[in-house]
Write a protein that binds this ligand. Structure first.
Ligand SMILES: [Cu+2]
Length: 230
């Protein structure tokens, strides 16, 4: 079951890589089995004329066509992998997410926000060894934040000290948190629930405990929480 748009994108990418690997594997092993049987040594077998021999320069075997086929197929496979990977990255890492109109329900973040405007952003700051999440209006929470479901959520990630790396495990996204620099990631959560945030850059002795929680809530529950918790 899909839990976020990013999870869908990366699962699809993973699927394409896996299916292609299986396809290539099946062809390679089937061909190998066939050739092992077809050209197995028999009593009557003798070495082919172009068998390499010590002290003799090997003659050309005339396998230009095989090389051409190999290079063509490899190029095709690599092209598929490169294009699909770049398409995923292109979708996920623009500075402004597409379909900003999906931000309508995020109006709860900001009373002046209306449908069609660009999404408000949350600031995420890594510290040794905790995460701080800041909503518009400088309201901030440590190691915990909430967002409404089915809404584009844009995070501007940075660090207050050393290098960290902000990742939401189940959504399959992460980005570096670096002091003096802002890296933007965004996602659309499809299901309510709690999700685990973790630091993915060894940042000191407390790195392993640098865990936070994201709660995805339905829109009305989020709005009443956001409206009441000041
Ligand atoms: Cu860290």
């Amino acid at each position: 079951m899909a839990i976020s748009n990013t999870q869908v994108i990366f699962d699809n990418l993973y699927g394409i890589f896996t299916y292609l690997a299986f396809l290539v594997g099946i062809i390679v092993f089937a061909l190998m089995a066939y050739l092992i049987i077809r050209y197995r040594a028999k009593k009557s077998s003798s070495d082919p004329e172009d068998t390499p021999r010590l002290g003799r320069i090997p003659t050309s075997r005339g396998h230009g066509r095989n090389v051409l086929v190999t290079v063509t197929l490899s190029t095709f496979l690599l092209a598929v992998l490169i294009i699909t990977s770049f398409a995923a990255v292109d979708t996920l890492f623009p500075n402004n997410p597409p379909n900003a109109t999906w931000c309508y329900s995020i109006a709860a973040y900001n009373q002046t926000q209306t449908a069609g405007q660009s999404c408000p952003r949350l600031d995420v700051t890594g510290h040794q060894f905790y995460w701080v999440f800041t909503y518009p209006g400088a309201r901030s929470y440590t190691n915990f934040f909430r967002v409404p479901v089915n809404t584009t959520v844009v995070l501007d990630v940075t660090s207050a000290d050393v290098f960290h790396d902000f990742g939401i495990i189940q959504f399959k996204i992460k980005t570096d948190a670096i002091k003096g620099r802002t890296n933007t990631i965004w996602f659309i959560p499809y299901q309510t629930g709690t999700y685990t945030i973790q630091c993915f850059e060894l940042c000191g002795t407390g790195h392993v405990g640098m865990i936070a929680t994201l709660a995805v809530m339905n829109v009305t529950a989020f709005q009443s929480w956001y409206g009441s918790a000041k």
